[in-house]
Write a protein that binds this ligand. Sequence first.
Ligand SMILES: Cc1ncc(COP(=O)(O)O)c(C=O)c1O
Length: 458
Amino acid sequence: MEETPHRRRAHTRTRDLERYAGLFAARTGVMRSSAMRDLMAITARPEVISLAGGLPDTSTFPAGTFAAQMTRIAQESTAEALQYGPTEGFAETVDCIVEVMGAEGMLPDPDDVIVTTGGQQAIDLICKTLVDPGDVVVCEAPTYPGAVPVFCSYQAETIQIDCDEDGMRIDDLEEVLEQLDREGRRPKFVYSVPSFQNPAGVTMSLERRRRLVELARRRELLVVEDNPYGLLRFGGQAMPPLYQLDGGDFVIYVGTFSKILSPGIRLGWAVAPPPVMEKIVLGKQAADLCTSTLTQHFVREYFAEGRWREYIADLVEIYRGRRDAMVDALREHFPAQATWTEPEGGLFIWATLPEYIDTSDLLAKALREDVAFVPGQAAYVDESRGRSSMRLNFSGVSEEEIREGVRRIGKAIAEQVELYGALTGEREAVPAPEVEPAKPPPADADVLPFRRSGEGAA
Ligand SMILES: Cc1ncc(COP(=O)(O)O)c(C=O)c1O
């Protein structure tokens, strides 16, 4: 048979591995893949209902607006839109960012802002600027699954602090900081998603926000506030961002256009005190020189039109309906022992199943039913945690698909519960009864105490 280049490649794979293995940097040994990215290849299949990604529903964006704006860019700014731009981003993009942050009560100095390739790059650049191998980074448990691979690739020692329904437990944080003091170690920063957290959907209370900022100021501790969802609020009181409470001395802010406009444009930003920003700019120069000038032009045109707040209001209405549909479906199809959050905004619900169910195994079953979610362990650096939890996204698909997707996951869970019952002789109620009194979560649960079906607030 003829040797095609493809065939030759298959033959040499083992030898190649040996050849390259000795060349890899030490950090590649601790790099983790992103659970969501891995799932994307599977969830791209049209028959799969994906509750896995953090996808905003971009089909809601008016095609006519997009076409008109891109045409205007082509007619008026082709040369500039196709050219390199400043590493910090265009001043006009920064003006849009200042406007978005202003909508949540923040007043950043435009000189403290850098435009990045998504919020994801901002997290990466902050780590590049601050973290040496072995340095301590503190974050929530569970934390944003996309931050885990970043902390790992900078070889941070990551300590996760449990959340409850008021966000990160600041008492636990203080204890950890004191323990670190005793060991003579100083964390490089505390990373938090205080509003409608990804993945847990919880929001940090005002009292905890104040305590965290006060702690940061007292200890000269940097806090990285990642806030993609603050403007996607369906209910409850607006909370001041940590950046607003602190004024920008100890809080480094990360924002993005991904969830309020489009993730495809890959535009995010960081706001940091000038000495930190100087290093972040150097890090970005080395990474990609500048953020896409074409999509910066798009944002400029879009904001000039003045409808951006209305579009967010439209999204909020759509996502509120989808959140409600998901909560209803969870009540109908998940077992009585399951708990889940009922977020007042954002894109995610975090559900926790009986602890004998491993959600990575469950995912394999669910994929056979053509439905996907993110297993909880993706939100932990220590992969032995979060094993009976899952992140469910409600923004990316229709209410009908949400109901069907949750039904299919419920079916896969019911099979696991049945199997467990058969093996142990214990019987579990499936599905949940209509109204069930709240069951206190186990003392060592990763995240507590989340609302049980039928209980209060939305
Ligand atoms: C908390 C959080 N931070 C950062 C990001 C990265 O977003 P992007 O790079 O699209 O701005 C996401 C995306 O889901 C997120 O949820």
